[in-house]
Structures are given as C-alpha cells and as structure tokens.
Design a protein around this ligand. Sequence first.
Ligand code: KG4
Length: 369
Amino acid sequence: MLTLGIETSCDDTAAAVLKDSDTLLSSVLSSQDQIHTRFGGVVPELASRQHLEAIVPIVHEALNRAGVTLKDIDLIAVTQGPGLIGSLLVGFSYAKALSYVTKIPFIGVDHMAGHLLAAFLEEDKPDFPYIALIVSGGTSSIYLAQSHTSFSLLGRTRDDAAGEAFDKVAKLLGLPYPGGPRVSAEAMAGNRSAIKFPRAWLGRSLSFPGASDTKPSLAIGHSCAIPGTRDTKPSLAIEEESLDFSFSGLKTAVLNHCNHAKQMGIPLQLADICASFQEAIVDVLVEKTMLAAMRHNVQTIVLGGGVSANPRLREAMSSRCQLEGKAFFVPRPSFCTDNGAMIAMAGFYYSRESVPGSYEQDVYSRSQL
Ligand code: KG4
C-alpha cells in the first residue's frame, strides 16, 4: 500500500511517499524560513500564499523521488489541523481536489498524531504503551500512547508552547527567526548554571508560592517535602504535581534579566543566557515526562515535535531514561520538525480504523487529540 502524505499546517510545505507502515520512499520539504525571517515570525498570509506556489511542485517531487506516479498511490493523507487555517486550507483543499479527480481516497490527519508516531519512521521502533512528550512551536503536551491510534492527553501548556518560548526569547535577544535552533546554537558555548531562571512546576507553585525552583522528587508513593516550607507546610503528594506546562513566566524572567543588566550597564552574556534559559525549559520537560511515566507505570519514552530537535533536550532525556532504566526513542531532527512522512504514517494507521475523508470536511485550528 502506498500513502502520499501532505503537510501544510504552518510554514513548511512537505510531501512524502510511504510504502505500507514503515518503508519511506521519499520525503521532501520546502521551507519558508527565508520569507518569515525578516518579520521575526511566521506571517500567516504570506505562509498560505507560499504554500499555494509550492504545493504542486513539492508533491510532484515526492512522487518522482519515490519513483512512482499518482496511479500507484492508494491513499492521500493530509494534515487537517491544528495549525494556521490559511495554511491548512491549501494542503487540505489540494488533497480533496486531487482525490476528487483521481478517485484515490483521502484521509484528514491530526498533526499531533503525526508527531506522536514520527518515532516509527526510524528502524528502532518503540513498543506500546509509551509516554510521548510533543514539543513544538504550537504545543507542549504529554500523552499516554496505547496504540497507533489511541492517545490520552495527560498535560499541556497553559500559555506559551516550548518552541514559542524559544522563538520569543530569541527575538528579545535579537536572534533571527526561527529562534529555537539559534538559541540552542548559542547555548553550546554557554554555562547552563550561570543564571538561575525559574522553573514552573505548577502543582507545587500554585499551592506553595516560592517553591517553584525546586524539582519534584520522583519517588512515587512518597510525599515530597517542599524546600523552604518544610517546617510550616505539610508535604505535597507526588500525585498532585500537575503535568501541565507554563513557560510565559520564564520568558518574562529572561526579559527582566536583560533589562536589569542594561540598566546596570552590565554587558549581556548571550551564550550564558541562552544556555540557562534552555536548561530551565529542558529541566521541566524532562521531569514532567518522567513523572508521567512513573504515574502510569510506563517503561518507554518518546520525544517528538520541532523542539525535540534540540540537542540538549535529547541528551538530557536520554541520560535520564538511562538512569531510570527506561527505553528512549526520538526521531532524527528532520522527522522531529514538520514533515510529510509522519502525516503519511498517521494516515496509514488511521485509515485502517476509520472511513475515508469526505469533501464536506473542513480544517480545524486546535488539536482533536
Ligand atoms: O514541529 P515544528 O517544526 O512546527 C510546529 O510548530 O508544528 O516546530 C517548530 C518549533 C519552532 O518553535 C522552533 O524554534 C523549534 O521548533 N525548534 C527548536 C529547535 N529546532 C526547532 N527549538 C529548540 N531547539 C532546536 N534545536
């Protein structure tokens, strides 16, 4: 079975051809980074116009590189949401039109399902159940995955997504878009303990303000004492720790640090700021993922989404999994960021359980998973 995957949820036009569940014949992508760089972020109107120009050549290129024609394709899988509505409409309308003229069935895919399954594009595949941390420009979510099509949301961002925080901090530091890779490149030369930026543990900080810089202990079943409040407050049970994320306070802390340094005439140590900021994000992502795994007694961890291309996050999650005796899977960086291959894979699995898409269907901006 050959699946053509099409992805246009944000600012990358991507297509891929997948044979059965795991033989990737091609995966091509047209990036819009150069167009959006001068605006410091994605301009939705420009993104959809660029998708219109790129979609036909990108799909043809994917078919050519796979050595197949449309006649060989059995299923068209296309991102239906979440994402920018104008961008989604280009790919979704194109897929519907292609399906209409060729009579190839199409299926709308939730972009998050793509990220949740991207690890299966690699040779070494995870077993179910697994805990997945999906971190991108639009989301920071933890899921319990029970099968290729069964995912339970355990925690999500309450404000900025991790990638959004990277991009916004990059912008305030004067680094060009896309900010995540720039911040992580700068961080390589920095000291990650140089500046103590806050970690929002939420469950704890909501109950005990002032205790937000302390990691929750992962000794499940035991209660965790709150440093600084130990004498006055009862300990908080590990079950009460929230699996939600919040990164907007961290972004403000970086801004305050920069403003303070400027007022005092102290030169900004860019590499140290980037490394310390990155560490604050990575710390929370790793701890909450491990907490989810402990709570659900799951032995496998999977990473996905654009931010999982971050080398420090990959390294920190990998060593933590090793320490806790958990199996760890993360796709190569090009399958962490948006791509057509993961959409083809998700479409393949979902098509076995649901009816094909209908022409009345529309795109949506919020994930349905
Ligand atoms: O998954 P993705 O390609 O697009 C969606 O948001 O769906 O993720 C893009 C996000 C951007 O916010 C980008 O800055 C971030 O992933 N990103 C990174 C890195 N590479 C991409 N963030 C931190 N470190 C990286 N190396």
